[in-house]
Design a protein around this ligand. Structure first.
Ligand SMILES: NC(=O)c1ccc[n+]([C@@H]2O[C@H](COP(=O)([O-])OP(=O)(O)OC[C@H]3O[C@@H](n4cnc5c(N)ncnc54)[C@H](O)[C@@H]3O)[C@@H](O)[C@H]2O)c1
Length: 304
């Protein structure tokens, strides 16, 4: 099969491209705005540098392609709070281009990287796909809009699709350096550098952290499945940031005082998924506990 991973030089996209390249011909389309070419080092993939906001380029890249994994986006709730227009242009405008090209080039199925952020701060846990979304940030709005576009392209044009709502993904290659870095690579690199992790808020906010290899597996299951729809992809356990920091310090074997800073606007308080639908339709089950994922991730960061 010939497959395209948009955003394939990023954290999730490069892990996905690596796994796909073991069996398929893989093309990565990425403008390197948040991704890094080094993520593709040693991988058997074709790299095309360019933006999903360029429709004619996306059409050329998708020509003759069987499956598309649409991972390209400007991620981060915080970035979108600071610059909603940029997030909108890439995550909505770019996603529309990706759908147009997938439709016009006869792509067999397209998988979309959606996000748990679409649920917002509704009190009911765990989050189920039947719940009414309540986005709290421009980023979450763009992901929900992307899902709506996927549904519309499915019903209007018969484009086969699956939207995967990822819950806080972590693992090797996740960027610790960006000012919008996710919490796990941030904490790990701080502690490895003998510095204190900074927590926004009281640290009692909880997340359902999902190991990258489970997310990659879910995408491949979605490609191979005849099922379509919107599915939560998660680990199905939630931990607070305080407990998370404790576990990371335990594995690394170094204790640091935690520094508490002001909470960030747009962040949800608690997040936990019910992945029953993904289990029923895609045969998805998380294969890694938080601890197993953290051990592998910390080992990877130690080797860098
Ligand atoms: N990491 C998570 O916890 C998480 C959770 C939910 C959803 N997601 C979604 O998963 C996808 C991958 O996220 P990630 O964590 O790997 O982030 P990332 O920043 O590492 O990857 C995003 C990639 O998209 C590329 N990109 C950005 N704008 C582009 C454009 N205009 N044209 C082409 N490429 C472009 C970036 O250069 C980068 O390589 C994103 O769509 C993100 O919204 C991530």
């Amino acid at each position: 099969m010939k497959v395209v991973v948009t955003g394939g030089a990023g954290f999730i996209g490069s892990n996905l491209a690596e796994e796909l390249s073991k069996k398929h011909q893989v093309i990565v389309l990425d403008d390197l705005s948040t991704g890094r070419e080094i993520n593709l080092k040693g991988l058997d993939v074709e790299f095309i540098k360019g933006s999903i906001t360029d429709l004619s380029l996306v059409n050329r890249v998708f020509s003759g392609v069987d499956y598309v994994f649409h991972e390209a986006a400007l991620p981060s709730v915080q970035r979108s709070v600071e610059n909603p227009v940029a997030t909108n242009e890439v995550n909505i405008g770019g996603t529309l281009n990706v759908l147009m090209a997938a439709r016009d080039q006869g792509v067999k199925k397209i998988m979309f990287a959606s996000s748990s952020s679409v649920y917002g701060d509704t009190p009911t846990l765990p989050k189920r796909e039947s719940m009414t979304p309540a986005p709290m940030s421009p980023y979450a709005v763009t992901k929900l809009t992307g899902e709506h576009y996927f549904n519309v392209f499915s019903s209007l044009y018969g484009l086969k699709m699956t939207c995967l709502r990822y819950f806080n993904v972590f693992g090797p290659r996740q960027d610790p350096k960006s000012q919008y870095a996710a919490v796990i690579p941030n904490f790990i690199t701080k502690i490895l550098n003998h510095e204190s992790p900074i927590i926004h808020g009281d640290g009692e906010q909880t997340r359902d952290f999902t190991f990258i290899r489970d997310v990659v597996h879910a995408n491949i299951l979605a490609m191979e499945s005849s099922s379509e729809g919107i599915f939560n992809i998660a680990c199905d356990r939630r931990v607070s940031l305080n407990v998370l920091a404790d576990q990371i310090m335990e594995i690394i074997g170094e204790r640091r005082e935690l520094i508490y800073d002001a909470p960030r606007s747009g962040d949800v308080r608690d997040s936990l998924a019910d992945y029953t639908l993904a289990k029923e339709h895609l045969n998805y089950e998380p294969g890694f506990t938080l601890l197993q994922g953290l051990e592998e991730t910390i080992q990877w960061f130690r080797n860098q």
